[in-house]
Design a protein around this ligand. Structure first.
Ligand SMILES: Cc1cc2nc3c(=O)[nH]c(=O)nc-3n(C[C@H](O)[C@H](O)[C@H](O)COP(=O)(O)OP(=O)(O)OC[C@H]3O[C@@H](n4cnc5c(N)ncnc54)[C@H](O)[C@@H]3O)c2cc1C
Length: 427
């Protein structure tokens, strides 16, 4: 088994060619972070004739955007009942609609830019890991139809075999609007699209210092300085101390994936006859789908971000979990394992806005394939229009932790991990 991102073997990822592109001395907009958020923003801005530079610490697409499960999902991380309770019906409707529009955005960009990343509306399947979880599913379907005019479908335990070749679940919900893609192919295509539109992309250009004098930003990077009128931050789970106020609001959480060897057509079809994007109802959730007859199986196996140790440990945990779901895979070879870092806000919501004149879009909580693509675009548009406060995702508080108890190092993750395990046990 290789500790390598499987998706990277399927495409020519952007590489060191962007490490030598000279930094412009001034730009209209400097974008920090070369993932879906940054590239989508850069494409949007460059298409409108704005001079934009994407500054990426590693290589373009290096972050979560080329490491994820490729699930292009509707919905937000918190349950929509919770979202209504917190923000009221009207805003909740707008927020949910944005999640649906986000999938449309991915579909449209893939088509317009001719990105060969296998995007298709496979639909997602949410499976109940306990009988009492399934008890809520009928209410949930009715709630989504009446409150959000969004039609999803209950799959009873007896119908589940048409959806998934596993017998451990107690029913499910199918949403046909969601899609799936190959994330590395998608981010590589998005990078090409941003460049074609006129954006300049700069790898190995970690931003180390950011100051504002008057209306201009002075930006130091590892390989030179530049000035910008505006700055947009799309650093997700890799947000660092250069934007300290944002770092203190984001919890970086590791997520890990294994990819099996290529399975026979017959076995692949048995495991997931409709090729759904599948995830379960646990706090320590598993998510999985097929790609090119490989089972791509992910989970929050270790809470801490990726390194050689957390990846190795996660490989064993994920393999055990995969065989628990699919005993048919007990002899399947695991070819690849890798990890990446997710970004969670303390309220599990996505947040966009402006802080000290710096625009940001962060906190995707595992929903960034669609949302980062869409919000990168809409935050860039709001920046141009000067109306970011009107953006629905800017209309509620972006909470931090009082008394300076959190400085960006998630010391509480082992406790949070243990707490999630307890919740999974008792709920
Ligand atoms: C294992 C895993 C599985 C996931 N599965 C799914 C899924 O199936 N569906 C889904 O919707 N979402 C999923 N996600 C989440 C999704 O991948 C992210 O929400 C999305 O990619 C975020 O995109 P982004 O552009 O905001 O950030 P990223 O792609 O993480 O890019 C941020 C970039 O910022 C750069 N950076 C940081 N600091 C600096 C600096 N100072 N200077 C310059 N550059 C800097 C980093 O190097 C990084 O490349 C998953 C994430 C992981 C890790």
């Amino acid at each position: 088994m290789k500790q390598q991102i499987y998706w990277h073997t399927t495409v020519n990822m952007p590489g060191e060619e962007h490490a030598t592109t000279p930094l412009p001395s001034t730009v209209d907009v400097a974008v920090i972070g070369g993932g879906y958020t940054g590239l989508s923003a850069a494409r949007t801005l460059a298409k409108r004739g704005i001079k934009v530079a994407v500054l990426e610490a590693e290589t373009i697409g290096w972050g979560a955007s080329s490491r994820n499960g490729g699930m292009t999902l509707t919905g937000l991380k918190p349950a929509m009942q919770t979202v209504i309770k917190r923000y009221g019906r009207d805003l909740a409707k707008q927020l949910f609609q944005i999640s649906v529009d986000s999938v449309d955005t991915v579909e449209r960009v893939v088509k317009e830019e001719n990105i060969d990343c296998g995007f298709k509306r496979y639909g997602h399947l949410f499976v109940a890991t306990k009988p009492n979880h399934f008890d809520y599913f009928h209410d949930e379907v009715e709630f989504m139809a009446t409150e959000f005019n969004h039609n999803v479908r209950v799959v009873s335990p007896s119908e589940l075999k048409d959806e998934i070749g596993s017998t451990i679940y107690h029913g499910g919900i199918v949403d046909e609007v969601s899609g799936g893609l190959n994330p590395a192919q998608y981010v590589a295509g998005l990078a090409r699209a941003a460049e074609n539109a006129g954006a300049s992309l700069h790898a190995r250009a970690r931003v180390t210092h950011l100051t504002r004098r008057g209306t201009r930003f002075f930006i130091q990077t590892e390989r030179g300085n530049l000035e910008a009128e505006n700055v947009l931050v799309g650093t997700s789970g890799y947000t660092g101390s250069v934007t300290k106020k944002l770092q203190r609001k984001i919890i970086p959480i590791g997520s890990f994936i294994i990819a099996t060897e290529r399975l026979s057509d017959e076995l692949a079809n048995e495991l997931s006859p409709k090729n759904r994007m599948i995830f379960d109802s646990m706090h320590y959730l598993n998510y999985f789908r097929l790609w090119d007859n490989r089972m791509i199986f992910g989970g929050r196996a270790a809470f801490f971000p990726e390194n050689k140790n957390t990846i190795a440990r996660s490989a064993d945990i994920l393999r055990r979990e995969m065989i628990r779901v699919y005993p048919q895979l007990k002899d399947a070879k695991i070819d690849y394992v890798w990890g990446g870092t997710l970004d969670f806000a303390f309220d599990m919501m996505t947040h966009v806005g402006e802080i000290d004149g710096i625009y940001y879009s962060l906190g995707y909580a595992g929903h960034g394939v669609a949302m980062a693509s869409h919000l990168g675009k809409t935050v860039a548009e709001a920046m141009l229009a000067g109306n970011i406060k009107e953006h629905p995702f800017a209309k509620f508080d972006f909470p931090g932790v009082p008394l300076g108890l959190y400085n960006g190092f998630p010391w509480f993750l082992p406790f949070a991990g243990a707490w999630h395990k307890i919740l999974d046990w008792i709920e």
